[in-house]
Design a protein around this ligand. Structure first.
Ligand SMILES: NC(=O)C1=CN([C@@H]2O[C@H](COP(=O)(O)OP(=O)(O)OC[C@H]3O[C@@H](n4cnc5c(N)ncnc54)[C@H](O)[C@@H]3O)[C@@H](O)[C@H]2O)[C@@H](O)CC1
Ligand SMILES: Nc1ncnc2c1ncn2[C@@H]1O[C@H](COP(=O)(O)OP(=O)(O)O)[C@@H](O)[C@H]1O
Ligand SMILES: [K+]
Length: 474
């Protein structure tokens, strides 16, 4: 399990540990991890050209001490000072190790010397701000970051890419886009939640020995997903394994029914029932002869591709009934904030969530964590908000993210596979939060297998689900 803590939680844990250790110990641990990560990225340090962008706080201190270590190993290190205030001991260490420091600004804009240093660098280290930073970059910081971008020099973010909102993952202002990020002690929320997560690139975690409380946001990993997956036992039969009912697809969108069924059949259930127009049911049975008709189920998937053929009163009946429900796509129009919906998992993308909440799509995209949480609370449901990183929020406030997807998964019908699979996981006995977590993880794992760097279709994602599950469970 990967955990993301808030700035407040990190500060408290750091203070507690710092009180017990000699001064500077934590920063040295952080700087050593940072220097190793940069050295690995460069494939060695001797002769490498490293530029450090240094702000006023301890984030700059980390970068300066790491720069000193790299300089001692033969790198040519230049610190560009962005503030009149600089971590003095770090700066002294860099200079002692043979590094140099220059101010960022000339009378107008970035000095020619700084531009030359950045243009010739192998890597730029962003020590502008970390967890003490407010969103956005001051003009002089923005100007040097833009020089690095212009010359295509990769930027390594120290702790967090400067300019992002660390506790929300929002990026309302200009910020660093990192090639990768090296963080300390624990992940921060911006490492997991888009749009900031994308700005972090891959995140390396350096252990500095913090003792942390329960995390605000969690990202389940293979071992966690494996532990949750409902594996049949010797005494299992097709009913006890769970039966999922699918109320999906329409004469307008028959493909959605076929695709969602493929997702459900690749889940841990003993049987899949399809309920829908005769012509669509025939298409489903032609593609999947195992599928049967109406009867008792342990969970429902409702909504994918229903189009205009939406029986809102019937859907509301099922939402209020005992069996858990995955509510997807057009089915979301039946959701109201009245009934008891704790067993309901909704699977919107940002556009669908924006309609549900009456805000525009761009706002939901910009504040994904906030709106996933808000919908979970307002409708008393678990929310799986789809996207490059998936945010899962439960009505009791628990939040998980899924980060293993490939952009190739952004293909028509992929959401139908996910809805079918999540319904099967609910029928297999998982809670909505766990079904969403396992579903999002396996869906993305299957997409990675199916794609391997090439385009995929929704059906090939569904077909790769058994192999993704086999690799998980083996
Ligand atoms: N506290 C600790 O024990 C440790 C801290 N570490 C490092 O220390 C960092 C936190 O250091 P600080 O608390 O000094 O804070 P930062 O270095 O993140 O920020 C420093 C100062 O920058 C100014 N600032 C805020 N937003 C800005 C903006 N948008 N543009 C320009 N300046 C801005 C503020 O005055 C802020 O206090 C962590 O992110 C991590 O890198 C690590 O060394 C590990 C140990
Ligand atoms: N950029 C991306 N990177 C990774 N996964 C993505 C990206 N964009 C979308 N996805 C995933 O692809 C799937 C698309 O589902 P959805 O938008 O419902 O499509 P459809 O309605 O056509 O089935 C979701 O699981 C979503 O999380
Ligand atoms: K930073």
């Amino acid at each position: 399990m990967r955990s993301a803590h808030t700035v407040e939680q990190v500060r408290a844990a750091e203070a507690e540990l710092m009180a017990r250790l000699p001064e500077g110990t934590l920063m040295q641990r952080a700087a050593t991890g940072l220097a190793v990560a940069i050295s690995n990225f460069l494939g060695g340090t001797y002769g490498a050209r490293v530029v450090l962008l240094i702000g006023s706080g301890d984030n700059g201190g980390d970068a300066l001490y790491a720069g000193a270590q790299l300089a001692r190993r033969g790198a040519q290190v230049t610190a560009v000072l962005l503030s009149t205030k600089t971590h003095q001991a770090g700066l002294d260490a860099l200079k002692t190790a043979g590094g140099q420091a220059i101010p960022a600004a000339a009378s107008a804009g970035v000095s020619g010397g700084v531009v030359r240093e950045i243009a010739g660098a192998d890597v730029v280290v962003d020590g502008i701000v970390g967890i003490g930073g407010r969103p956005g970059l001051r003009p002089e910081a923005l100007a040097v970051v833009q020089v690095a971008e212009e010359y295509g020099v990769p930027i390594v973010a120290v702790d967090t890419p400067s300019g992002v909102d660390v506790d929300t993952g929002e990026t309302p202002e200009p910020h660093v886009n990192a090639a990768f990020t090296v963080t300390f002690g624990t992940h921060k929320i911006c490492h997991f939640v888009d749009p900031a997560a994308t700005a972090c690139g891959p995140v390396h975690l350096v252990d500095i020995g913090l003792d942390l409380p329960p995390a605000e946001v969690q990202a389940l990993q293979a071992a966690d997903i494996k532990a949750l997956y409902p594996v049949p036992r010797g005494e299992s039969d097709k009913y006890s394994r769970g039966v999922v009912g699918l109320m999906v697809g329409s004469t307008q969108y028959p493909g959605a029914a076929v695709i969602a069924t493929a997702g459900a059949l690749a889940g841990p259930v003993g049987m899949v029932r399809y309920i829908g127009p005769d012509a669509v049911a025939s298409a489903v049975r032609e593609a999947h002869p195992e599928v049967v008709g109406d009867g008792r189920v342990q969970a429902w998937t409702i909504g994918s591709g229903l189009g205009d053929e939406l029986d809102i009163p019937r859907i509301r009946e099922l939402l209020d009934a005992e069996e858990p429900v995955v509510l997807d796509a057009d089915g979301l129009k039946a959701l109201d904030d009245a009934g008891d919906h704790v067993d309901v998992l909704i699977t919107p993308h940002a556009g669908e969530l924006s309609r549900l909440l009456g805000v525009d799509r761009a706002t939901v995209e910009a504040e994904r964590l906030k709106y996933a949480r808000l919908a979970a609370e307002r409708f008393d449901v678990t929310v799986l908000l789809k996207g490059a990183t998936t945010v899962i929020a439960s009505p009791d406030g628990e939040v998980r993210v899924n980060t293993n997807a490939t952009p190739w998964l952004a293909t028509a019908g992929a959401g139908d596979v996910l809805a079918g699979l999540c319904g099967a996981l609910l029928a297999g006995g998982l809670t909505p939060l766990d079904a969403a977590s396992v579903g999002a993880y396996l869906h993305a794992a299957a997409a990675n297998l199916a794609s391997d760097g090439a385009p995929i279709t929704a059906i090939t994602v569904a077909q790769a689900l058994p192999e993704a599950t086999r690799r998980l469970l083996s």
